[in-house]
Design a protein around this ligand. Structure first.
Ligand code: C2E
Ligand code: MG
Ligand code: MG
Ligand code: MG
Length: 280
């Protein structure tokens, strides 16, 4: 009886495994063609000043229009782009596009608008990454201080020496480097003190804990850490007015999350966040 049960179980398991593998393979095949088919786009999510909700800029987030009815978010396919190495070329495309979009908005009445672009560890490892960044700025005629590159803790952990040098070179270009998803990657805090970074993006897990007393203390401690190190900070994942109010009491940082705005197509972003200009 037991043997039969476990045999059934194994059969079931095998089937679902092969389904998953098949699905993955299909997704990979589609992903390889996505770029040449023009299926990638970039959505923009507002980053605001906590004090007064003032719009400072946006984070560029990759989207994949897989079919006319299926728009995939980065979380669903960026890991695959990273596994296959495709992230290097796609990431460079994002950088180019996002810089151009930011330059356009700056020219159209928003001269202080800043843009944040995610960088995967594999891009950072590439020897010509710094020159690609330089080129993207030049192509867009975007000043370096309008760009922030978001790098996860894991990138710094895996290649501490090389990453350090690259960050230093980026820093020297005059752009900002921030640590993304801060607080979730077991970053070695000892390294924070001498890394050439400008800011922390505090992971949305912390915003999610603001309703508990310990959660608030934890978040406050990270805010104080960034203040002590003279780093800017953005609290990610703010979804409610209540969360915003709690954070406002902690300091004058920045925030991002669905409460302030969803990631949007550039046209929708402009409609939602820039004053509509009325032509008379
Ligand atoms: P991330 O850089 O931490 O980006 C924030 C993610 O949180 C985005 O998911 C965004 O849609 C989501 N988010 C924003 N506000 C809220 C909120 O209030 N609540 C909740 N629940 N979620 C919120 P997305 O677009 O799926 O991106 C996932 C991750 O994929 C990003 O995390 C980033 O690490 C990576 N990624 C996105 N675009 C790129 C890219 O162009 N290049 C690289 N290398 N990675 C990218
Ligand atoms: Mg990010
Ligand atoms: Mg993040
Ligand atoms: Mg994240």
């Amino acid at each position: 009886y037991c043997a039969k049960r476990s045999a059934d179980h194994i059969m079931f398991y095998d089937k679902s495994m092969s389904d998953a593998a098949e699905h993955r393979l299909k997704l990979l095949g589609d992903l390889r063609h996505a770029m040449s088919l023009g299926q990638f786009s970039i959505y923009y999510q507002p980053i605001v000043k906590l004090k007064d909700n003032h719009l400072l800029g946006a984070e560029a987030l990759l989207r994949w229009q897989k079919t006319p009815h299926e728009l995939l978010e980065a979380a669903d396919f960026v890991p695959l782009l990273e596994e296959t190495g495709l992230i290097v070329s796609v990431g460079n495309w994002v950088l180019e596009q996002a810089c151009r979009q930011a330059a356009l908005w700056r020219k159209e009445d928003h001269p202080d608008f800043t843009i944040s672009v995610n960088v995967s560890p594999m891009q950072l490892e590439h020897s010509d990454f710094v020159s690609q960044v330089k080129q993207a700025l030049k192509n867009a005629a975007l000043p370096a201080d309008a760009l922030a590159l978001e790098i996860t803790e894991s990138a710094l952990l895996h290649y501490p020496q090389q990453a350090r040098q690259t960050l230093e070179n980026l820093h020297n270009l005059g752009l900002k480097v921030t640590i993304d998803d801060f607080g979730t990657g077991f970053s070695s805090l000892s390294r924070l003190g001498n890394m050439p970074i400008d800011g922390l993006k505090i992971d949305r897990e912390f915003a999610g804990q603001l309703d508990s007393s310990r959660g608030r203390k934890l978040c406050h401690a990270i805010v104080q850490l960034s203040q002590a190190l003279e780093l800017s900070y953005v609290v990610e994942g703010i979804e409610t007015e209540q969360q915003k109010a709690v954070l406002q009491d902690m300091g004058e940082g920045q925030a991002q999350g669905f409460f302030f705005g969803y990631p949007l197509h550039p046209q929708q972003f402009a409609l939602a966040h820039f004053q509509a200009r009325v032509v008379r």
